[in-house]
Design a protein around this ligand. Structure first.
Ligand code: C2G
Length: 129
């Protein structure tokens, strides 16, 4: 059985999020998703996500393509999460291209192209206007 792991905030869930999760799932038999905590977002971006972490993880767990989800508490703990969840493949969007190549002796690392023209930030802007 091939296990795939991916990470993200998945705030204001949109089609780009769904498509990367479906594509990640199609690379193996079991998809585990690390959902970044509110505290991790605050420490990296100095703002909280729109949707709180318990709602974001509930949405992710409800998806047909997702088998398991957990809270990602630290960006630096990728290697520990890969080991803990027995991942064979790590999938990230290509906005992270190259950033996780150091894990290549632990698992396969795949960067998938982002869905064009949609982002949480653009959605927030659109709603604001
Ligand atoms: N994504 C995508 N297409 C978009 C927008 C996002 O394919 N138009 C992908 C991103 O590349 C990422 C995933 O959806 O793989 C989740 O995106 P974010 O919620 O923005 O995740 P991010 O805050 O970058 O993750 O360890 C990583 C952290 O958890 C942060």
């Amino acid at each position: 059985m091939k296990r795939v792991i991916t990470f993200g905030t998945f705030d204001v869930f949109h089609i780009g999020h769904l498509l990367i999760l479906e594509r990640a799932a199609s690379l193996g038999d079991h998809l585990v998703v690390g959902v970044s905590t509110d505290a991790l977002n605050f420490s990296k971006k100095s703002r909280l996500p729109i949707y709180p972490e318990d709602e974001r993880i509930t949405l992710i767990r409800a998806l047909r393509c997702v088998d398991e989800a957990f809270y990602e508490e630290s960006l630096e703990a990728k290697a520990d999460y890969v080991r803990q969840y027995g991942a064979d493949v790590l999938v990230m969007g290509d906005d992270w291209e190259g950033r996780f190549d150091f894990l290549k002796d632990l698992c396969e690392v795949v960067y998938l192209p982002r869905t064009p023209s949609i982002s949480t930030t653009a959605l927030i802007e659109k709603i604001r206007r």
